[in-house]
Design a protein around this ligand. Structure first.
Ligand SMILES: N[C@@H](CCC(=O)N[C@@H](CS)C(=O)NCC(=O)O)C(=O)O
Length: 210
């Protein structure tokens, strides 16, 4: 398997940490996100969405970070990272879909306003953040109540759902996500951050954040 990625981006960090949790072997093809490498004709031929990451396995192309994790876990046969019991698997799939269509777009607003804009010398738009705040709390409360009574989102061990749902918050101290009302979520995030797979894929030094 060959992974096309830039380790500084959210969805690539997700896949790097997830592949490590899965124990999948792959070769690396770095694509320079800030240099626009994901818009090159060569990469566009692999992923016509012009977004990172993408994976090619023996001529088979997979894009969408969560699909990459599902594929790699099944190929590896790692039933701890991606359980096969029907209800647990459906629960993992549910969180992956929720992350992609609800959680990521919401957390991304804090990433853009409080991390990307300052890196580019721009100021955060406080109204954009204020407008998004009720939705953030609604979604964060769903995670918070889930991990109030169990250590991980879906099982007794971390799964690809934990990695995927943690990824949009991966720079939370710099994103300045309003986490104060969600103590169980904060404890769960601490457990994710203690995972070796998460620590190994920390993009903070690459981004020059401190
Ligand atoms: N749903 C896609 C989203 C991929 C995505 O948006 N990736 C970002 C980097 S985290 C990207 O490359 N965006 C394209 C751009 O900014 O031009 C996935 O999970 O793979």
């Amino acid at each position: 398997m060959k992974l096309y990625f830039d380790p500084v981006t959210v969805n690539c960090r997700k896949v790097l940490a997830g592949l490590d949790l899965i124990g999948a072997a792959y070769s690396e093809e770095k694509v320079d996100y800030f240099g626009g490498g994901h818009k090159s004709p060569e990469y566009t031929a692999i992923n016509p969405n012009q977004s990172l990451p993408a994976l090619i396995d023996d001529g088979f192309t997979v894009w969408e970070s969560n699909a990459i994790l599902q594929y790699a876990a099944d190929k590896q046969g790692n039933t701890s990272a991606y359980p096969t019991d029907l209800k647990t698997r459906t629960d993992v799939n549910r969180w992956l879909l929720w992350e992609s269509n609800q959680w990521f777009p919401t957390c991304y607003i804090w990433l853009v306003e409080n991390v990307v804009k300052p890196i580019l010398g721009d100021k955060p738009d406080e109204k954009t953040l204020a407008d998004a705040t009720p939705k953030f709390h609604q979604l964060a409360a769903i995670i918070d109540s889930t991990v109030a009574t169990q250590p991980w989102l879906c099982a007794q061990e971390p799964t690809i759902a934990d990695i995927a749902v943690a990824a949009p918050m991966h720079l939370h101290p710099w994103q300045k996500l309003p986490l104060g009302d969600h103590p169980n979520l904060v404890s769960w995030m601490g457990r994710v951050e203690a995972l070796p797979s998460w620590k190994k894929t920390d993009p903070v030094p690459l981004l020059g954040l401190s």
